[in-house]
Design a protein around this ligand. Structure first.
Ligand code: ZN
Length: 180
């Protein structure tokens, strides 16, 4: 959250306007949103390493969202394997796997432009990149935006920023802003 504030302050208003305008001009057709007041993020990861990172990035996410958007709430849930997660819950579930078992990934279930549930699979061997990994997957889970690596420098989902950048904030604004 501290990083986020700093970046917003140091970024010029003109750059922010350009980012917002670009997104307004080229809507991301694949994007979607949650339509609930509160979305619970259930942390099923093993050990205690991911938890504080997830808590911090959810705080940054809530700070990045416009007024009227859902509030994302962290819940420390018991550790269970990714394959055992009940995907019928209307929530974002987070689990973790050993290295190389399979790629880190987020999948969402959606109906048209509404996200119904999401599963974030983190890789324990990527804990060093924890903040940017969690931000990246949270962007998938909250907007259903697909990957396009290294196409947007001011982004944690389409660039390599450690936390939400101007591009991410603009996308969140266009999905969750008042016009929707
Ligand atoms: Zn991705």
């Amino acid at each position: 959250m501290k990083h986020l504030r700093l970046d917003v302050v140091t970024m010029s208003a003109a750059a922010l306007l350009v980012a917002i305008t670009l997104i307004a001009m080229t809507p991301v057709a694949e994007a979607a949103r949650w339509r609930r007041e509160v979305v619970v993020v259930r942390d099923h990861t093993s050990g205690s390493r991911w938890g504080p990172i997830i808590v911090a990035e959810i705080a940054a996410l809530n700070a990045a969202l416009p007024p009227g958007a859902p509030r994302f709430v962290y819940r420390d849930a018991r550790t269970i394997p990714c394959a055992a997660i009940d995907r019928n819950r209307r929530a974002i579930s987070v689990c973790s796997i050993d290295r190389f078992a399979r790629p880190a990934a987020t999948s969402t279930t959606r109906r048209n432009e509404t996200i119904r549930e999401a599963l974030i699979v983190l890789r324990d061997d990527q804990i060093r990149l924890g903040q940017s990994r969690v931000c990246h997957e949270l962007m998938h889970a909250t907007t259903a935006i697909p990957d396009a690596y290294r196409t947007e420098p001011e982004s944690c989902v389409r660039g390599s920023r450690a936390t939400f950048g101007a591009w991410d904030i603009a996308l969140l604004g266009s999905e969750y802003g008042a016009r929707r």
